[in-house]
Each structure stands twice: as structure tokens, then as C-alpha cells.
Design a protein around this ligand. Structure first.
Ligand code: KG4
Ligand code: ZN
Length: 340
């Protein structure tokens, strides 16, 4: 069984192939980042994103099939990101994927992008066993989720305002580090003092697993305005984020008794966060799992995998059934159903 996956929810166009005749695995994947198109605008321009997805998808598809040595006829199904994300960008990917499926006589499977992130660590070896705790940290999300089984997700806590990636990106922008500047900020932080500025560890003095990062971003703006050394600001900001995550995740482990933690989403590429959460889970006699670095940020491998798992359990789109959903919270998902 082979599933071709497409991702186009934001500013990455990606295609991947997952499956095989024996133990299924990732056979090929390609990502094209649109960063260059959007960086002069300081953020993603939806119209430009949609146009570029349309332009890139055919060639990426050809490259992925060629690398795996397969033809459309060899495939079992097509999976695509149906939401959440930018409406036009989703529509471009959805139209291409469903058109490709129909022309090739294949079933299509609509996939939730966030579910893709949650399942991405299953592409690695060793893969975590369900149930597990998941920390989803990206440009748009900061959530702690209990992953019970495929399609069965319970939201335990989330940011009440900015996502962590957003706080990284906005702070980076304040220091002139470009967009999206999360990784650049982290690099700058390496040469700064982590205790230089006493930023708050937001919401840690309150019970529960929710987060808030907009205050931290404002504190960074104030420090920059007051002329603080940028490397020190970056390091102190990053340390505040790391400490906050450690406190909340320790709480989540105590609350759920789950000893496996999956960290997913673009911010899971952050080295200090990886190191701190690895240590934390070790200290709890548990284990932290991270997707390979290339599969932390948006990609189609995770979409092909989620599609494979759902298709294997009988899920396919009805013809004319599923439409792109710019808003599609994880809590709306259900285990694989025959048709959606
Ligand atoms: O999951 P993702 O690729 O796209 C979304 O769905 O949002 O995540 C992108 C986010 C951006 O905010 C980016 O700045 C952040 O992940 N990011 C990082 C690092 N690498 C990517 N943030 C902190 N440290 C990093 N090394
Ligand atoms: Zn994402």
C-alpha cells in the first residue's frame, strides 16, 4: 500500500510518499519553502502563497514519484491537508490532490494538519506507543494534548493568546532578525546570558496547563526599547519559554500519569527546548520523542503517514464531500470513519 501526501496549509509546499510492500516507511519527501516570497512583507501573504502552491505542486509530485520509482497506478490513495490553515493555500492543495486522485482513479483522504504534527514522531524509530502526551508548538499553536488513539485527542491546555512560535517570531522581528525569526533568535541566544533579564514565567503561578505568551513578547519589546543587549534579550526570553514549558509539562505528567511525551510542530526544532524536555522526561522515568528535525516544521511526510493510517482503517472522502476547513480544531476529530 502506497499513499501520496500533499501539504499546502501555509507557506510550505510539500509532497511525500509513505508505504511499501513490507513494513511501511517514508519512501520520498520534498518540501519547497516560500520564505523568500514572503520575507519582505514580514509575514505570509495568502494570495501569493496560494499561487506558489499551484506552481510547485506538479513538479514536486513528479520528483517524489520518480525518486520512489512509482507511477500513479501503483498508488493506493492520496492524502492532503484539508485544514486548518490559509483558505486559498488549502484550496490550492486540495484541488490539486483531489484532481490528481480523480484522474488516477484513486481514493482521497482529507487530513488535519495538526493531526499530522501529532503523528510525525511515528515516522521515527523508536516510535512512541499510544497513549502519549503531546506538546504541539508551532507558529499558530501551543497545546498540550492527550493522544489516546488515532483520531482520539483530548486538549489539556493551550495558550490563551500568542502561540510560542508567534512569540519567537515577534520577538525576533523586534530585534531585526527577519521573518520567521524563531531559529535566528535561538541562534543569537547562544551568545547571550540566560539570566541577564528576569522575564516572568507566565501563568506558572496558577493551576492548570494553559499558557500565555503575549506578556513575554511585550516584555521583550520593552527590553529592546530600553537598549538591552539583543543576545541577552534573546537568551533570557528563550530561557523563560523553556522554564515555562518544563513547569507545565511536569504538571501534565503528574496529572495524567503518562510517561511518554511527543514534542511536535516547528518550535520542536528548538535545541534548548529539546534538551530541557528530554531531561524532564528522564527525571520522571519517562521519555521524550521528537520528530527528526526535517519533519518538525511543515512537511507532507506527516500528512502521508496520517493518510496511510486512516485509509488503512477504511476512511476515504466522499466524491464532492469534504471541503477545506481554515478552522479545524483537533478536538473536532474522530477516529477513522468510513466517509467524511
Ligand atoms: O509548524 P510550523 O512549521 O508552521 C506552523 O504550522 O506554524 O512552525 C513554524 C514556527 C515558526 O514560528 C518558527 O519561527 C518556529 O516554528 N521555529 C523555531 C525554530 N525553528 C522553527 N522557533 C524556535 N526555535 C527554533 N529553532
Ligand atoms: Zn504546522
Amino acid at each position: 500500500m502506497y499513499v501520496l501526501g500533499f501539504e499546502s496549509s501555509c507557506d510550505e509546499t510539500a509532497v511525500a510518499l509513505y508505504g511499501g510492500s513490507g513494513k511501511p516507511r517514508l519512501l520520498s519527501h520534498r518540501v519547497h519553502s516560500q520564505t523568500e516570497i514572503h520575507q519582505d512583507f514580514g509575514g505570509v501573504v495568502p494570495e501569493l502563497a496560494a499561487r506558489d502552491h499551484m506552481r510547485r505542486l506538479p513538479l514536486l509530485t513528479r520528483m517524489v514519484l520518480d525518486e520512489a520509482g512509482l507511477q500513479p497506478d501503483d498508488l493506493s490513495a492520496v492524502a492532503y491537508t484539508a485544514g486548518p490553515g490559509l483558505a486559498g493555500a488549502l484550496m490550492a492543495g486540495c484541488a490539486f490532490a483531489r484532481g490528481f486522485a480523480q484522474a488516477s482513479g484513486l481514493a482521497s483522504v482529507a487530513i488535519n494538519h495538526l493531526e499530522g504534527h501529532l503523528l510525525a514522531p511515528l515516522l521515527d524509530d523508536p516510535a512512541p506507543q499510544m497513549p502519549y502526551l503531546a506538546l504541539l508548538v508551532s507558529g499558530g499553536h501551543t497545546q498540550i494534548i492527550r493522544v489516546e488513539a488515532l483520531g482520539s485527542y483530548q486538549l489539556l491546555g493551550e495558550s490563551i493568546d500568542d502561540a510560542i512560535g508567534e512569540a519567537f517570531d515577534k520577538s525576533a522581528k523586534l530585534m531585526g532578525l527577519g521573518y520567521p525569526g524563531g531559529a535566528a533568535l535561538s541562534e543569537l541566544a547562544q551568545s547571550g546570558r540566560r539570566d541577564a533579564i528576569a522575564f516572568a514565567r507566565p501563568m506558572t503561578d496558577r493551576p492548570g496547563l494553559d499558557f500565555s505568551f503575549s506578556g513575554l513578547k511585550t516584555a521583550v519589546a520593552n527590553a529592546v526599547r530600553d537598549g538591552a543587549n539583543h543576545a541577552d534579550v534573546a537568551a533570557s526570553f528563550e530561557q523563560a519559554v523553556v522554564d515555562t514549558l518544563k513547569i507545565k509539562l511536569r504538571r501534565a505528567v503528574a496529572q495524567t500519569g503518562l510517561k511518554r511525551l511527543v514534542v511536535a510542530g516547528g518550535v520542536a526544532a528548538n535545541q534548548p527546548i529539546r534538551a530541557a524536555l528530554t531531561d524532564l522526561m528522564k527525571s520522571q522515568d519517562g521519555m521524550a520523542y521528537f520528530p527528526p528535525l526535517s519533519l518538525c516544521t511543515d512537511n507532507a511526510a506527516m500528512i502521508a503517514l496520517a493518510g496511510f493510517m486512516r485509509f488503512e482503517q477504511g476512511q476515504v472522502d466522499r466524491i464532492g464531500g469534504f471541503k477545506p476547513r481554515p478552522r479545524w480544531p483537533l478536538s473536532d476529530l474522530t477516529p477513522p470513519a468510513a466517509q467524511i
